[in-house]
Design a protein around this ligand. Structure first.
Ligand code: ASP
Ligand code: MG
Length: 447
């Protein structure tokens, strides 16, 4: 009874907040939208995105669109082939990507100009070279073209159907350091750029189309912010433009309590707090990029997660309001390794050794998802990025006896109860587990 009452109150409060938001607008406030790759993976879907945008006619929108479908994965293959010295393969793979985009363009606009050619040339020119810098640098120069191509195509299509918009190369706006593949945004520079170069555009247009996930260094090298980083870029824009709200358009009804692809009876959650979503993202829920929340929370900008296939549905609203009585939230992280660092001579693992190990994590840029200390062993669960794991194992073997166990899964349940944990761990070997009042984590291996 009480639970239900609390929940109704929360909904009412969220509705009231929405009302307050809409009455507060004295200066023109804009909305930030982010459309993911699945929302534009076919001609019909691109047209559907156009319809959604059309339904917000009259409002100022800054729209971030991901690379089409699985383009980022395909571009990663190009980068790998190029870096391994297989130039032919890299060029062939890139040619396929180019053809796919040209076909989409041709179907959307029968008389396109050659506006994609500069973007293609940027990559093709590089592929004819020989790699002399490190992998992450080339990765970023190649992979960034996915979002540039998709946004250029969608922007062009919208203009042809008279949905006037301006396309912005976000690399002229978002300045980052040169930590390739995981670049950090230069907040002050980017904010200034947004004020000087983006804000004035709203005098000329209602709709700005740009990219997430990518940026550029002060030497105009392209950078990326980490996979799935578009949500984060959208939040950075929302923060810097003082947006009224941010909406992430996905192929699901909203945020669910588990991945619906893995759990058939996953439940929809209508209202969530920023705090809960930060926790979910931290544990690896694929809902929203972990860095997305802070820029929104800092300015009290609500985040909506809505379904591009069913735009009439309200979706999930995430805001500062606390939400109680959530269902168990299940997160599965596949592709994990358990590394065990044992002291070499049976002595206790001293602080000094632990510090050295932590320094290795920093140097190799890998962070444990879970760790546990014992008298003579340290256990760490990490993402299985083979190149990094090998490097780590090698370097750490100077300090410890290292054991690596592959193919493990990290299960996290927030707001758990015994029944659900028993159900989820049945027929599996438990390698390690940790719990707090709110969260349980179990490292599992198939038996
Ligand atoms: N296209 C990039 C990726 O798939 C970024 C994004 O979509 O957020 O990781
Ligand atoms: Mg995506």
């Amino acid at each position: 009874m009480n639970k239900k009452y609390d929940f109704c109150k929360a909904i009412l409060r969220a509705k009231l907040t929405q009302l307050t938001y809409s009455t507060q607008i004295s200066v023109a406030q804009m909305k930030v939208f982010k459309f993911g790759g699945a929302s534009i993976n076919s001609i019909e879907r691109i047209k559907n995105v156009a319809k959604i945008i059309q339904s917000f006619a009259g409002e100022d929108l800054l729209i971030i669109i991901s690379a089409m479908g699985k383009t980022t994965n395909s571009l990663e293959k190009v980068a790998e082939a190029f870096f391994s010295g297989d130039k032919e393969k890299a060029i062939t793979l890139f040619h396929q990507i180019k053809e796919e985009h040209l076909q989409v363009l041709a179907q959307l606009n029968p008389t396109p100009q050659n506006f994609l050619s500069d973007l293609f040339t940027e990559v093709e020119w590089l592929l004819h070279d020989r790699p002399v810098r490190d992998y992450d640098y080339y990765y970023d120069q190649i992979v960034c073209c996915g979002e540039l191509l998709s946004t250029a195509i969608v922007s062009n299509y919208l203009n042809t159907i008279n949905l006037k918009n301006i396309w912005v190369d976000v690399r002229d706006i978002v300045r980052t350091d040169d930590n390739f593949r995981e670049a950090t945004i230069d907040w002050a520079f980017t904010k200034q750029k947004i004020n000087d170069a983006v804000v004035p555009l709203f005098k000329e247009t209602k709709v700005i189309i740009t990219q997430g996930f990518i940026g550029a260094t002060d030497e105009n090298e392209s950078t990326t912010l980490g996979r799935e980083g578009s949500d984060y870029t959208a939040a950075v824009f929302a923060n810097m433009l003082d947006a009224e709200s941010q909406t992430i358009w996905k192929d699901v009804e909203g945020v669910m309590n588990a991945d619906p692809k893995l759990f058939r009876d996953a439940q929809f959650i209508g209202i969530l707090s920023f705090k809960e979503v930060i926790e979910m993202a931290y544990y690896g829920a694929q809902v929203i990029h972990p860095k997305t929340i802070k820029p929104l929370q800092n300015k009290g900008i609500p985040l909506h997660v809505r379904c591009f296939l069913k735009p009439a549905l309200p979706g999930t609203i995430i805001s500062d309001l606390p939400v109680h009585n959530l269902p168990p939230i299940i997160v599965l992280k596949n592709n994990q390794v358990l590394m065990q660092f044992n002291s070499k001579d049976f002595s206790f693992v001293e602080d000094n050794l632990v510090n050295k190990l932590h320094q290795l994590f920093v140097d190799i840029k890998i962070r444990p998802n879970l760790s546990q200390n014992g008298a003579i062993s340290l256990y760490c669960c990490l993402d299985d990025r083979p190149e990094k794991i090998e490097k780590l194992a090698l370097a750490a073997s100077e300090l410890f006896d290292v054991q690596v166990e592959k193919d493990v899964v990290l299960l996290t349940v927030r707001h758990y109860n015994e029944t659900i944990v028993t159900e989820l761990t049945a027929n599996k070997i438990e390698l390690l587990s940790q719990k707090t009042k709110e969260t349980i984590q179990v490292l599992l291996k198939n038996s």
